[in-house]
Design a protein around this ligand. Structure first.
Ligand code: GLA
Length: 398
């Protein structure tokens, strides 16, 4: 690993992922590309195990690692045990050139900086115990009321004041028949952020040879508790070429979405998307109707399919030719267009993350489900196992 200097600070590069040309370069890492080897003849020789290296020291002094998973096509996924965060994802464009398709930062200090904490964008992180919002941070289970951490106006967002995005996970690199893996474990103790029950969580990232990043989430509890785990990656399939994602074409197989109030809490209404800017049942560029949605898209779509692994989103980027297919077993997906990114954060290699620099597709149960008896239940009970899988598959259209 070659450390490099940027703005007088020692930063750490991610070998094979952040391909900075030279010491002191201000060139955004995402603009660097390498040519992927031809998939048929000279497939990338994949090391037996993911590689790992230092990601710097966390504020509490813990040495943080990042792990690079590689597949036979030469695609790479880089994940740190800080927040279980997806830091980088190299995928080929229509010409076979690898480019980084997610937003992220060079080292752990960037994820803990005052600017990052202030903006609180959850870039790439694992989210829990409850993804998205719980109204006023209050809910009742079996007649007992709970108050969890409030961190978003009057509401609780993404687990409260210190969510799983800020936890140091126990990481174990490995392999499976499907590809290289990173297994992350975290024990969220009874009472953490006010949630009942000790929740033992295991998340496995798998990078398959079909250029898919699969995320498997498993959890068990010793008291009934709401659970809604997800990943908060921001994608930009033409990273390094386009500073925003407005030209990406999105399809969401969802005839309804959950209507929200001014604080982004669902009113309980599942409203048909037909005839509205929320209708992505056929492909639409993100920018086409975004001006009609105050603030931009930040809503939960109710996926049409309810059982098994089902399609959740398709994205096509005409600039790079890259496509992204999301499948999940979850009932909803939060499509968020980076509305709160304001240019205050500089990502990998110094790239400024401005408005709509990336979009998120957070597979999930509906926001505020613990307070909406008509929504599918999010309560996990002792003796049950929470298990959910979401897969992000990349391809190209010529
Ligand atoms: C989710 C929320 C948004 C925002 C982002 C993080 O997508 O729905 O309102 O909080 O996370 O910035």
């Amino acid at each position: 690993m070659i450390p490099f200097r940027r703005s007088g600070l020692l930063a750490v590069t991610l070998p094979g992922l952040l391909l900075l040309a030279a010491c002191g370069s201000n060139q955004p890492a995402e603009q660097s590309t390498t040519t992927a080897p031809a998939a048929d003849s000279t497939q990338t020789k994949v090391a037996a195990m993911p590689t790992s290296a230092s990601f710097g020291k966390a504020l509490d002094g813990t040495e943080i690692q990042f792990y690079t998973l590689t597949n036979k096509q030469g695609a790479k996924a880089t994940i740190t045990n800080y927040g279980g965060t997806l830091v980088g994802l190299m995928m080929p464009d229509r010409g076979g050139k690898m480019g980084d398709v997610v937003l992220g930062f060079d080292n752990v200090s960037d994820y803990q900086s005052p600017a990052f904490r202030k903006a609180n964008p959850y870039i790439g992180a694992l989210i829990g115990r409850y993804g998205n919002r719980i109204a006023k941070g209050k809910f009742t289970i079996d007649g007992k009321s709970y108050q969890v951490g409030v961190n978003n106006g009057p509401n609780s967002l993404h687990g409260g004041k210190v969510g799983y995005d800020q936890k140091i996970w126990e990481a174990t690199p490995g392999t499976s028949p499907d590809g290289q893996t990173l297994t992350l474990k975290y024990l969220s103790k009874d009472g953490e952020e006010g949630y009942p029950g000790s929740l033992q969580i295991t998340v496995v990232y798998t990078l398959t040879d079909a250029n898919a990043l699969r995320i498997d989430y498993t959890a068990t509890t010793d008291k009934a508790t709401p659970v809604n785990l997800t990943n908060h990656a921001y994608f930009n399939l033409s990273h390094g070429v386009s500073k925003d994602i407005l030209k990406h074409e999105v399809t969401l197989p969802a005839d309804r979405y959950t209507v929200v109030d001014a604080g982004l809490i669902p009113t309980g209404e599942l409203r048909p998307v037909k005839g509205t800017p929320f209708d992505f049942t056929t492909p639409h560029a993100i920018g086409e109707r975004i001006a009609q949605v105050p603030g931009g898209y930040d809503h939960n779509w109710v996926l049409n399919a309810e059982t098994g692994q089902h399609p959740a989103a398709t994205v096509y980027d005409p600039t790079s030719g890259r496509t992204l297919e999301v499948t999940t077993d979850q009932p909803g997906i939060q499509f968020y267009t980076g509305n709160f990114l304001d240019g205050s954060l500089k990502g990998k290699g110094g790239t400024v993350y401005g408005l709509h620099a990336g979009f998120c597709l957070e597979t999930q149960h509906f926001p505020d489900s613990p307070n909406e008896p008509k929504f599918p239940s999010t309560i996990l009970k002792p003796g049950e196992t929470y298990h959910t899988t979401s897969t992000y598959t990349f391809g190209v259209r010529k």
